[in-house]
Design a protein around this ligand. Sequence first.
Ligand code: FAD
Length: 270
Amino acid sequence: MKLGGPAQYFLTPRSRDELVRVVKYCHQHKIAARILGGGSNLLVRDEGVSGAVIQLTNPAFSEVTVTGTSVTAGAGALLSHVLSVAVKAELAGLENLAGIPGTVGGALHGNAGGRNGDIGQYVHKATILTVDGIVHERPAEELSFAYRQSSLDELVILEAEFLLQKDDPDEITQRLRKIWIMKKASQPLSSQSAGCIFKNPRGLSAGSLIDQAGLKGTRIGKAEISDRHANFIVTEEGASSADVLKLVDLIRSKIADKYGVDLQPEINIW
Ligand SMILES: Cc1cc2nc3c(=O)[nH]c(=O)nc-3n(C[C@H](O)[C@H](O)[C@H](O)COP(=O)(O)OP(=O)(O)OC[C@H]3O[C@@H](n4cnc5c(N)ncnc54)[C@H](O)[C@@H]3O)c2cc1C
């Protein structure tokens, strides 16, 4: 959303060794550490973030390699880039995630996906770094993924290997285009947003509930419930995080009053 205050410490380590040193230092000195991916599922409060925010923007964290039918990607790689590498290698699966912004790490953390599938179903193994600076490998059998939820909740996801299937490149590209077109038609992709604000309650659509409650177009300050997709809050220049948070509270209380449903945020709020 490009909103919110600064981080107390902002770090972009240049190598895995440097990252391990930073994480160990934070742990030893009791400095809270967080990992920032692409920031596409995140709302940072206006007062900013205390402690360390670490972003894996260095190329050391975004390598993508193909071996047979598997693709290994660093957590800092953009998901869109990994998709295009897979398609070029004639490997199918990840095209189902077309149009989801952000990094591989962010996608794994929240098991990003949509009606065509979630990233978790393609994971063969993942490499993580714990809060005390130890690197571990986690095979798929040790991992669990559910709707916008993953057991990969250690401090840092470093990389993952995805197991895909050979397919006809024209068919993969066609599927990718179709998914991308449907996404563009239903979501306000040209405005600043953080994607869906709320998770869909079991068997229900958060967007439909918000729409039925007549909340589309409701504004607070420079933030607005999108006219295009009621589960998106879009912001204009000059918006504050407080505007967005007030809208989030307003939606939650209206939906609780009207339908008795307690909407849970999908976005991360720092
Ligand atoms: C227009 C738009 C459309 C979207 N459509 C979809 C959609 O269809 N489906 C969907 O699921 N999501 C969607 N999203 C939400 C978002 O794109 C995904 O959640 C994305 O996977 C977040 O990745 P990120 O790198 O931006 O993560 P961030 O927003 O930076 O971080 C999200 C969380 O992941 C954690 N994290 C990030 N990287 C790491 C790492 N390396 N190790 C450990 N933790 C990490 C962060 O600490 C934070 O808790 C959409 C967002 C927008 C703006």
